[in-house]
Ligand binder design. Structure first.
Ligand SMILES: [Zn+2]
Length: 287
């Protein structure tokens, strides 16, 4: 059972891994899941961005990071523009939307695409999705992107695995370690805590000052760190749901984590997990 310190688990939550996307793209993503044996009819949320925000607000979420990702070279700029429009359209809504952007290493000029997204469109998180875009995080074409992310302290949510069902294995985290060595100042957030390689992901978080992880589930499977890990890595872990493409609700995820945390995890570590660290990372962006 959650202790006193965790009773605020359903209030002012920042969800650092959400995908509010245009209807056509959201439908295409659900079609992809269905073709890969994951029944999107069992997802916990509807596809429509406004409906998702209403539901999340009712569950105590006050802020989300909305993350787009590029499948093909040349598509990132349009995705970023539509995210900037979505952020504008959701202004004043029940959930504050921090807009994310994306690039593809095959873009003509990935760094130009990124600079425009951050400096002109006001987007504040970069998402790189290695399975959808079919690349590795240490792709040399991304070096200028990592360099810029380091320079302006832009948080980068990185889905390192290549499996269509969202899983990551230990070997796929090695290029993440390589990025951390090449760009030690870059703030890298390992999406889904590298599930099912979460143990290796948490070792990377512990070993590198600017490597973080989000505890986003993979469809129906939650990431389950121990109370000791939640405490030792306080300030390096972020809460995430993958809404609307998740089988688990915010409430189920928060209750699950509060149960794992039990009475052992200090309230400050808990507050950092469910809101503080995500807010600090966005606040720290130097643009
Ligand atoms: Zn995701």
């Amino acid at each position: 059972m959650p202790n006193d310190a965790h009773r605020d688990a359903h209030r002012d939550v920042v969800d650092a891994h959400v995908h509010l996307l245009p209807p056509r793209l959201q439908a295409a993503i659900r079609g992809f899941f269905d073709r890969n044996g994951i029944d999107s009819g069992r997802f916990a949320y509807p596809a429509d961005a406004a409906a998702v925000c209403d539901r999340l607000a009712a569950e105590g979420v006050s802020e989300v990071w909305s993350l787009p990702y590029a499948r093909r070279p040349g598509s990132a700029e349009d995705l970023n523009k539509s995210m900037a429009s979505l952020v504008a359209a959701r202004r004043g809504g029940p959930v504050r939307v921090i807009g994310g952007c994306t690039v593809h290493p095959g873009d003509d000029r990935p760094l130009t695409v990124l600079r425009s997204a951050v400096e002109d469109m006001g987007l504040r998180v970069l998402k790189l999705h290695c399975s959808v875009g079919d690349f590795t995080p240490d792709d040399p074409r991304l070096d200028p992107v990592w360099g810029y992310a380091a320079e302006v302290a832009l948080p980068v949510v990185l889905h390192a695995g290549h499996a269509p069902d969202g899983h990551t294995d230990d070997a796929e985290l090695e290029p993440v370690a390589e990025v951390a060595r090449r760009h030690p100042e870059a703030r890298v957030i390992i999406a889904h805590c590298g599930h099912t390689a979460s143990a290796a992901a948490l070792r990377l978080v512990a070993a590198h000052e600017n490597v973080y992880a989000d505890l986003t589930p993979v469809i129906h499977r939650p990431v389950r760190p121990t109370a000791a890990e939640l405490t030792a890595l306080a300030g390096k872990l972020l809460f995430g749901s993958d809404a609307p493409n998740t089988g688990l609700t915010e409430t189920q995820l928060l209750d699950g984590l509060a149960g794992l945390a039990g009475p052992e995890v200090p309230p400050e570590a808990w507050a950092a997990l469910i809101r503080g660290t995500a807010r600090r990372l966005v606040r720290d962006v130097r643009v």
